[in-house]
Unconditional design. Structure first.
Length: 443
């Protein structure tokens, strides 16, 4: 890296040359990944101005950022992180083109159709829902050939009509002549001629996971204590046909990283048809015959999803992008209900304090049965509180604060949203950005 920087910095004195442009491909990664995953990306603008020699040695090199998935918020963040001055921002040229891909068809599968029991003894919601999603992915893969073939001429015509009238910038919107347009005909024929294997398990597919381990994770080989919860191990595909990939860290052994690298190469070269991976895999993959993309959870941003789903259909053949979503809502008591026990004057006399031990034991039972347990309804919690041996003062305090049927000490919980929020907080861009985004939303 030092040698490269030296060449860039001294290109004028060594070779009599100068740098006209500094091009940053996939520039949205500065915003999407720079704040947590690759913090060195935040120094690209500063280093470009510092190291790139121009003909006018006192001048700044022109920055060119290329991306297909930058929202206005991301563009604003890129401008700040690349340290582009306000005057330059005003003169910046932003070229916008259509990035909607007519060959990509999107599908949502919900876990609601898959029932599961939530008992007080089995409270690992993430594992329960993760296993449900794994079942749904396997079921969908078994039908993948039929699903892709069901995208017939009628479906394609409906999709292309919307695409050419709403998204194609240079298309003249004459609805009666849409099907006669040469680009329409070419796109339609390409979609209809897409070769779909009769065996679903031979269809090149990527499955994106938010974690390296766990029931939402890639492989148990990334886990110090493997217990067969991960997607790679539970994917109903022959071992020779599937691979895994994720970024390395201190907890993952060298052997696992080497295997991931081998699987990466085998997938790109067509030796493996299924890849289970984190977002570390998708960037830069340009394999033409990927027909299906699965996300076990929705991503932390639209930009991330567009990038990852966009790995499919590079040959312009019809492809399927599926998200597995769980909308189940759960309830539990908040921390405030526990803290409130200390505020209540339940033991004002010696006699009360003598029975404190018994009350405390009852509270421990209550705490284990209610506070640390997720429930499918608020009534389930309230009924257990009513039937418990807790002091009436504590019961009344929990029941008392009620507004529009929402209890102060009860909180709802969504597993999918919890995972999304985890990654969103990791990519938090500062209070100024958040305030600006709120301002833009309301104005």
């Amino acid at each position: 890296m030092k040698e490269f920087r030296d060449v860039v910095k001294n290109i004028n004195s060594f070779f009599g040359l100068a740098i006209t442009f500094c091009v940053i491909d996939e520039v949205h990664c500065v915003s999407e990944w720079g704040h947590d995953f690759r913090t060195t990306y935040l120094s690209l603008g500063k280093n470009a101005q510092k190291k790139c020699a121009t003909k006018n040695k006192s001048g700044n090199v022109t920055l060119v950022g290329l991306t297909a998935t930058a929202s206005f918020d991301v563009l604003t963040d890129i401008e700040r992180e690349l340290q582009i001055k306000h005057d330059d921002v005003a003169n910046a040229i932003i070229s916008i083109d259509n990035t909607i891909r007519p060959e990509l068809f999107f599908n949502i599968i919900e876990t609601n159709g898959l029932t599961f029991k939530l008992t007080e003894k089995d409270q690992n919601i993430k594992d329960i829902i993760g296993k449900c999603k794994q079942v749904l992915i396997n079921d969908s893969i078994n039908e993948l050939t039929n699903i892709l073939k069901s995208i017939d001429e009628t479906t394609i015509d409906t999709s292309l009509k919307q695409h050419f009238t709403e998204f194609e910038i240079n298309f003249e919107k004459q609805e009666s002549d849409i099907k006669k347009n040469p680009d329409y005909i070419k796109t339609k024929n390409k979609l209809l001629d897409t070769a779909i294997s009769d065996n679903s398990k031979d269809i090149t597919t990527i499955i994106f996971c938010p974690h390296t381990k766990g029931s939402y994770g890639v492989t148990e080989r990334a886990n110090k204590y493997p217990n067969n919860r991960e997607i790679f191990e539970n994917l109903n595909i022959n071992h020779e046909s599937k691979g895994f990939f994720m970024g390395g860290d201190d907890e993952i052994s060298v052997n696992v990283i080497e295997q991931a690298q081998k699987d990466f190469v085998d997938f790109v070269n067509g030796k493996k048809t299924y890849m289970v991976c984190t977002k570390a895999f998708g960037m830069g993959i340009d394999k033409e015959d990927i027909r299906a993309i699965y996300h076990i959870n929705f991503t932390n941003s639209p930009e991330s999803y567009i990038q990852e789903a966009g790995r499919a259909g590079r040959d312009k053949g019809k492809s399927l992008c599926t998200i597995i979503i769980d909308r189940n809502k759960f309830y539990k008591l908040t921390d405030e209900s526990v803290k409130n026990l200390n505020r209540l004057k339940l033991f004002p006399t010696i006699q009360d304090r003598l029975i404190f031990r018994n009350i405390f034991e009852q509270y421990k039972v209550f705490n284990n049965r209610i506070y640390n347990v997720y429930h499918k309804s608020t009534d389930s919690i309230l009924n257990k509180i009513s039937s418990s041996h807790l002091p009436d003062d504590l019961k009344n305090e929990i029941f008392r604060n009620k507004n529009n049927d929402e209890h102060k000490y009860l909180v709802d919980f969504y597993q999918d949203k919890d995972i999304h929020d985890f990654f969103h907080k990791n990519s938090y861009k500062g209070i100024e950005t958040e305030i600006y985004q709120i301002y833009r939303f309301f104005n």
